[in-house]
Write a protein that binds this ligand. Structure first.
Ligand code: GUN
Length: 282
């Protein structure tokens, strides 16, 4: 068996094409704040800005030097909160070492109405309530849900096993899958016999950042496999899943690159549109 390729490139192109008329009408603006020169961040931001341009959405890259102080960064956050022309903004993570422990303070400083990453307590809390309150959900989990929807892969009553418990992927994705009636197991570095868990998955999601961690023996034949990993190995973007071996037994699988990456960008843009719609309502 050869798995169906779940192309984030084609699914995101369709989602963005559908958003285009709304973007033309509402004219939202996204600001991406980068501090320092993390190469991964630079490449993700390039993709975000490029997709905004392609879909006709205004965007701005605010690039600050690595030595930027916490107070200067918080001042920029306050300015962006106050600027009526800015619909939404994100502070790209990871931050330089001296700021990394302050990430919770920085996220807390972002106005929830402009938190298009959906990382703050207000927007995450709403995700906990139900599917109907997922107004600004975190972009990567929302991108995974949209990809499953695009390919009409049912979630209700399926056993979803998530490997990874980060605040930006694993934890919120678990809630979003629960909101859609999946049975969810979350595994992490302290899980005993992770392979025994992952072999039970109808839908297996790997989000740990360890290249090719998920091997063929850890996957049930016929499973849907979603790879969120984006590690650089010898300069090549590499997922958490051993794609070549696993595509022989999975029913569907995402590639890296071209899988969840473009879906994350599409959901960020979708969040900007949703943020603008709600700002106009008020
Ligand atoms: N770093 C990796 N993924 C993300 C993301 O979705 N948003 C932000 N702000 N930083 C990230």
């Amino acid at each position: 068996m050869s798995a169906l390729l779940l192309s984030g490139r084609s699914a995101s192109a369709k989602i963005l094409a559908d958003l285009k008329p709304k973007i033309a009408k509402l004219n939202p603006k996204l600001v991406v704040v980068q501090v320092g020169d993390d190469p991964g961040s630079s490449s993700y931001i390039k993709q975000k800005i490029k997709s905004c341009t392609e879909v006709g959405m205004r965007s701005q890259h605010r690039h600050l030097q690595a030595a930027t102080s916490l107070s200067d960064l918080l001042k920029l956050v306050a300015d962006l909160n106050a600027d009526p022309d800015v619909t939404g903004f994100i502070v790209q993570l990871p931050l330089p070492e001296h700021l990394q422990s302050h990430v919770p303070d920085i996220i807390r400083a972002i106005d929830p109405k402009k938190d298009v990453d959906g990382f703050g307590a207000y927007n995450l809390g709403k995700v906990f309530l139900s599917k109907d309150f997922e107004h600004l959900p975190p972009a990567t989990p929302a991108g995974i849900i949209m990809l499953l929807e695009h390919y009409k892969i049912p979630v209700a009553s399926k056993h979803a096993v998530i490997v990874g418990r980060s605040n930006i992927v694993g934890k919120p994705l678990a809630i979003m899958l629960l909101n859609r009636d999946a049975t969810v197991t979350v595994c992490h570095s302290k899980t005993k016999d992770l392979a025994a868990m992952s072999r039970h998955a109808d839908i297996l999601i790997a989000a740990i950042g360890k290249p090719k961690f998920i091997t063929k023996d850890m996957v049930k034949p016929g499973a849907v496999v979603i790879d969120v990993g984006t590690s650089r190995v010898d300069g090549k973007l590499t997922g958490d899943v051993d794609f070549v071996a696993i595509q022989e037994i999975a029913s569907a699988i995402t590639p890296v690159p071209g899988g969840i990456g473009p879906m994350t960008v599409a959901s960020l843009i979708k969040n900007c549109v949703q943020a603008k719609e709600r700002q106009i309502e008020k």
